[in-house]
Ligand binder design. Structure first.
Ligand SMILES: NC(=O)c1ccc[n+]([C@@H]2O[C@H](COP(=O)([O-])OP(=O)(O)OC[C@H]3O[C@@H](n4cnc5c(N)ncnc54)[C@H](O)[C@@H]3O)[C@@H](O)[C@H]2O)c1
Length: 250
């Protein structure tokens, strides 16, 4: 069965929406911007990377995120935020420096808090926030210490915000991908191979073998779920953490 293009799948679902997507310079965030545009939204991409088509913003810095909201609002009041900016770091607990834990928590958890805080202040009623958490926030795996801790925190933050903003009709959810073929995964696979004294190919094969659907996710697989969550199809979905892992976790 051939898979439908993103436009065939999501065309028109977000017409009239104004979105801001963090982490838009790569991987999942970039795919979310394309999918939101294909779905009819006016969409601004935000990233720490400087690029002409992106709003420069460090999600750990509140002033920077405030300015990014201002820029994204040039299309009209922002209705939907997808927060995909994140970093990965591998290391066993005993061997991970506190400085490294702080770096990961700073971007993944504090960054989510900053984006969530400004979204709570500035999103229109009836809007949505979608956080990219991870399968790693649901279940711990050896070597993923700080990353797992950060993503579990993101899931709880989404639940709290869903409760706090529900009265305004703002829905807040987390998406928990398994292994998605992006530069972040390449970095994780290389680090895992080094930790386990094996090859990158072996680690990659083991990740594919673990997925009942028999492949890694593409960024589009995750972006489609983000479109769904921002759309009217998800009108009663809030406070949810949606696992998108091809059936991997049992
Ligand atoms: N790839 C996977 O297998 C996978 C699995 C589960 C969850 N996730 C999560 O999905 C999200 C996107 O991951 P990806 O795989 O697309 O990664 P990626 O590395 O391809 O893209 C992440 C983007 O975030 C940006 N970024 C990093 N720090 C930032 C900061 N302080 N401020 C603004 N932007 C910043 C980077 O510049 C990059 O463009 C992340 O939160 C990641 O943890 C990824």
């Amino acid at each position: 069965m051939s898979s439908a293009t993103i436009v065939e799948t999501v065309g028109g679902m977000l017409r009239g929406r104004v979105a801001m997507v963090t982490g838009a310079g790569s991987g999942i965030g970039a795919a979310v911007v394309s999918a939101f545009v294909a779905a009819g939204a006016r969409c601004s991409g935000v990233d720490i990377k400087a690029r002409d088509d992106l709003i420069a913003c460090d999600v750990t810095d509140e002033t920077s995120v405030f300015r990014a909201f201002d820029r994204a609002s040039e299309f009209g009041p922002v209705t939907d935020v997808v927060h995909a900016a994140g970093i990965v770091s591998l290391g066993r607990v005993a061997e991970t420096s506190i400085a490294e834990v702080r770096r990961v928590l700073d971007v993944n958890l504090l960054g989510s808090f900053v984006v969530g805080r400004l979204a709570a202040q500035r999103l229109t009623d009836g809007g949505s926030v979608t956080f990219l958490a991870s399968q790693a926030g649901i279940k711990g795996s050896a070597g993923w210490s700080a990353y797992c801790a950060s993503k579990a925190g993101v899931m709880r933050l989404a639940e709290v915000l869903a409760k706090e903003l529900g009265g305004r009709g703002v829905r807040v959810n987390a998406v928990c991908p398994g292994s998605v073929d992006t530069p972040l995964l390449d970095e994780a696979v290389a680090a895992k191979a080094a930790l386990e004294d094996t090859t990158i190919e072996n680690v990659r094969r083991s990740y594919v073998r673990a997925v009942p659907l028999g492949r890694l996710a593409t960024p589009d697989d995750i972006a489609k779920v983000c479109v769904f969550l921002a759309s009217g199809l998800a009108s009663f979905v809030s406070g949810a953490s949606i696992l998108v892992d091809g059936g991997e976790l049992d």
